[in-house]
Design a protein around this ligand. Structure first.
Ligand code: WT7
Length: 658
C-alpha cells in the first residue's frame, strides 16, 4: 500500500505543500496527523502543533504516547525479521563484516536494555555515548530510547576536555565507551580519553567551579566498556564494567518491555557549536523527531523496500543520527555503517564498498567529494556502481566542480543528486530537491519540503526578494525543542533576531520559482569539512597561550575542507614589550592546545600575528573585515565601511601581513 504522503510527482509535492501550509489550521492539523498515522503509537495523538515561535515553546503530537524503538524494531519483525538492518563495514579491509538482521538487532537492543536496567538509572537520565562508528553505538542508542533514557552521543574526534564539559553540561549518569578503535591508521584511545574526562580536577587548584564540576562528575556511577579491539585496558574498580561480562548474564532471548514515552519526552541531546564559547546541547523529543526523520528519509531519497542506504556520516553528528540510525530503521531498510575514512587503505574504498554491497543510495558530504576528487578520476573510473539509484550531499554548500564530479564519476550521469540543506537543530532534511521528482539544479538545495516554510529577511526584518537571511516561518515536527539546561539561550539564539521566525544563521538567495541556494553561515560559526566550529570557542583556547593576549578567528577558503580556520592574534605584552615567539612555533603550540581542549578538528591552518585587531568603539572585534581579507580581497575599498572602527588604519597594516 502506498503511504498517504508520498511524493511521486511534482504535483504531489505541490499538493502536499499546499495542504501542510494551508491557512486553515484544521487542514494543516489533518495533514500532520496523517503523517503520524504511519507509525505505531501506544496512544494516537489528537493534537498536532501547539505553541509558536513567538513563545519559543513548540509541541507536536503532545498527547500521543509511543516508544520509538517499537517503530524501528518490533513493528518490522513479522515481515522483516531476516532482513538486514545494519550492514557493518569495519575500518580494516580484511576484517569481518557484520550483517545484523532486524531480529538480531532487536535481540541486541533488548539485551543492552536489560544491561542498562541493572544500573540504577531512571527515565530521562542522560547517558553519554563516546564510541566509534560501530553497531554497538546503535545498540546503545536504541537501548536508551527503549528505556526512556536520553542519549548524548559525543563524536570520537573530540578531546577529553570537550567530552568532560559535555558530560558535565548534561549531568550524565552513565558513560558507554570501548577500549579503542582505528580510523584509517590512527588509533583513538577511547577508554583513556574517558578516564581523563572523568578525573576530578585537583583539589589544590580547585576553585568553587571545580568543586561543582567534580560533584557532577561523581554522579557518573558507571562506565560500560565494549571490547572492540581487545587491547588490554585498566579498569577503575567499582566504576568500570565490561559489556562482554555483563551480557554473559543476560539470556539471548531476553525481551525488555519498551517504556511508554509521551511524544514530547526527550529522545536525545546532541551538542553543536554556536556563536558563544559554550557548545549547545540541542534537545530533540520523541514523536516529532520520529515522524520527521522517517518521512524525510523515505521521500527525499525515494526509498524502496529493498533500498540499501549508505550515509557516510558518523553517528556522532546529526546526519548519522537521522540517516544512519533512526531514518533507515524507521523505514525498515538496510543501513550501511562504515567505521573508517574515505581514503583508507586506498582512495577507492568508497567505490569498492558501493560495488560489493550493491549500495542503492549514497549520501555524503562535499568535503569528502572534494578530497576524493583531488586524488584523481582513476579511482571511481574502474567501478560501474550500477546498483546506485540516488546520490546525496549534505553539510555545506556544494560547489559546482564537486557537484559535477559526483554526477560524472559516481552518479555516472544516471542517478539524481539531492542537495539537502538542514541543521542539527532541524532534526531532518528541510530544503532539497526530491530525487528524480523535483528539478535538480547544481549548487542549489532548491525547494523547501512540504511543510517547511522558508523566507528570506533583510536586516530590518522585512522580506527580502533575492538574497537575505534564511529564516523559517512555521514550526515543523523535527525541530529541537530547547538547548538542554538553557531555554533562555534557545529563545535568544533562534527566535530573538526576527520575532515570529526561526533564525537559521545561514544566508541564502532565492529565485522567482522559490528555489534556494544556500550561501553559508552569517554568524560567528565556521563550517570546516561540514562540521560547525564556533569562533568564540576557538578564540577562548588560543587566548590561553601565554604569548597571546587576544585573537579573532575567521573561516578562510580551503580547497577540500570548504573553510579552514585562520587566527589573527596579538602578542602579549610585558611592561610594554611584546613577548615574541616565532610564528611557526607558536602555531604548533596553539594547535596542541586546541587539540587538547577541543579536538583535532579545531586546529588552525594559519596564525597571523598583528599589532591590533580591528575594533569598534564599543570594543567589538570586527571579524567581517578579517574574513574578507582571508578570502583574498586585495581591494581595501571593497571591504565595506571601516569608519566605525576606532583603528581603521590597522586594516591596511593587516592586509600586508597576509
Ligand atoms: C549548517 C548546519 C545537518 C547537516 C549536517 C551539518 C550548512 C548543511 C547544507 C547544504 C549548504 C549546508 C549550513 C547549516 N549546510 N547542509 N546542503 N547546503 N549548506 O549540520 O553541523 O548542524 O550544520 O551546515 O550552514 O546551517 P550542522
Amino acid at each position: 500500500m502506498m503511504p498517504s504522503h508520498s511524493i511521486r510527482s511534482q504535483q504531489d509535492h505541490e499538493k502536499l505543500s499546499r495542504q501542510a501550509s494551508h491557512k486553515d489550521p484544521l487542514v494543516r492539523k489533518e495533514y500532520w496527523l496523517s503523517l503520524a498515522k504511519e507509525y505505531q503509537w501506544r496512544k494516537f495523538p489528537t493534537q498536532s502543533l501547539e505553541g509558536s515561535f513567538e513563545g519559543g515553546d513548540v509541541r507536536w503530537f503532545s498527547d500521543g504516547h509511543l516508544n520509538i524503538t517499537e517503530n524501528m524494531l518490533d513493528r518490522h519483525l513479522p515481515l522483516l525479521a531476516d532482513h538486514v538492518a545494519l550492514h557493518f563495514i569495519p575500518n580494516q579491509e580484511g576484517a569481518e563484516r557484520r550483517n545484523i538482521t532486524y531480529q538480531e538487532l532487536f535481540q541486541s537492543v533488548n539485551r543492552w536494555s536489560k544491561m542498562f536496567q541493572s544500573l540504577d538509572l531512571k527515565a530521562n537520565d542522560v547517558v553519554c555515548l563516546y564510541m566509534p562508528h560501530i553497531p554497538e553505538l546503535a545498540f546503545a542508542m536504541l537501548a536508551c530510547a527503549r528505556l526512556g533514557l536520553v542519549h548524548s552521543v559525543v563524536f570520537g574526534g573530540f578531546s577529553a576536555q570537550a567530552l568532560r564539559s559535555r558530560i558535565i553540561d548534561a549531568e550524565c549518569k552513565l558513560v558507554v565507551t570501548c577500549d579503542g578503535s582505528y580510523r584509517g591508521d590512527k588509533y583513538v584511545d577511547y577508554k583513556n580519553i574517558v578516564d581523563v574526562a572523568l578525573t576530578s580536577l585537583s583539589e589544590s587548584e580547585s576553585e568553587s567551579e571545580n568543586e561543582i564540576e567534580n560533584k557532577i562528575l561523581s554522579k557518573v556511577k558507571h562506565v560500560l566498556i565494549h571490547d572492540h579491539t581487545k587491547k588490554p585496558i585498566s579498569l577503575v574498580k567499582g566504576r568500570d564494567l565490561l559489556i562482554s561480562e555483563e551480557l554473559k548474564k543476560i539470556p539471548m532471548d531476553t525481551v525488555v518491555k519498551a517504556v511508554d514515552r509521551k511524544a514530547e519526552d526527550p529522545l536525545f541531546i546532541l551538542y553543536t557549536s554556536g556563536s558563544t564559547g559554550k557548545p549547545k546541547g540541542l534537545l530533540h523529543t520523541t514523536g516529532g523527531y520520529m515522524v520527521w526523520a522517517g518521512w524525510t528519509m523515505r521521500e527525499v531519497f525515494q526509498l524502496r523496500n529493498d533500498s540499501l542506504f549508505w550515509c557516510t556520516a558518523d553517528a556522532g553528528w546529526i546526519t548519522g543520527h537521522s540517516y544512519v540510525i533512526y531514518g533507515p530503521l524507521l523505514n525498515g531498510i538496510t543501513s550501511v555503517m562504515y567505521e573508517g575514512i574515505p581514503t583508507y587503505p586506498s582512495a577507492d574504498r568508497f567505490w569498492k564498498i558501493i560495488e560489493e554491497l550493491k549500495v542503492t543510495h549514497f549520501y555524503t558530504a562535499p568535503t569528502a567529494i572534494r578530497g576524493l576528487e583531488s586524488l584523481g578520476d582513476e579511482f571511481p573510473k574502474h567501478y560501474a556502481m550500477d546498483s546506485l539509484q540516488v546520490c546525496g550531499s549534505v553539510g555545506e554548500p556544494i560547489n559546482l566542480e564537486a557537484w559535477e564530479w559526483l554526477k560524472k564519476w559516481v552518479a555516472k550521469e544516471r542517478c539524481p543528486i539531492v542537495d539537502t540543506w538542514w541543521q542539527t537543530e532541524t532534526g531532518g532534511i528541510m530544503i532539497t530537491n526530491v530525487a528524480g521528482i523535483t528539478p535538480e539544479i547544481p549548487t542549489k538545495a532548491t525547494l523547501p519540503l512540504p511543510g517547511v516554510q522558508a523566507i528570506l529577511l533583510d536586516e530590518k526584518g522585512n522580506q527580502a526578494t533575492r538574497e537575505g537571511t534564511l529564516c523559517l516561518s512555521h514550526p515543523w515536527p523535527g525541530m529541537a525543542r530547547t538547548i538542554y539546561g538553557d531555554h533562555t539561550r534557545y529563545r535568544e539564539n533562534y527566535f530573538k533576531a526576527y520575532p515570529g521566525f526561526y533564525f537559521t544563521g545561514d544566508a541564502a538567495e532565492c529565485n522567482e520559482r522559490g528555489e534556494y541556494r544556500i550561501l553559508g553561515r552569517m554568524d560567528d560559526v565556521i563550517n570546516v569539512s561540514g562540521h560547525r566550529i564556533g569562533t568564540a570557542e576557538v578564540e577562548n583556547v588560543i587566548n590561553e597561550s601565554h604569548f597571546i593576549v587576544e585573537s579573532a578567528v575567521v573561516g578562510a577558503p580551503h580547497d577540500i575542507k570548504g573553510e579552514c580556520l585562520w587566527a589573527f592574534a596579538v602578542y602579549q605584552q610585558h611592561e610594554g614589550v611584546s613577548i615574541m615567539k616565532p610564528i611557526q612555533e607558536l602555531l604548533i603550540e596553539v594547535n596542541q592546545l586546541l587539540t587538547k581542549q577541543i579536538g583535532a578538528i579545531a586546529k588552525l591552518d594559519r596564525l597571523i600575528m598583528v599589532p591590533q585587531l580591528p575594533k569598534t568603539r564599543s570594543g567589538k572585534i570586527m571579524r567581517r573585515f578579517l574574513r574578507k581579507l582571508s578570502q583574498g580581497e586585495k581591494d581595501l575599498k571593497k571591504l565595506g565601511d571601516v569608519s566605525t572602527l576606532t583603528n581603521p588604519e590597522i586594516i591596511e597594516e593587516i592586509s600586508k601581513l597576509i
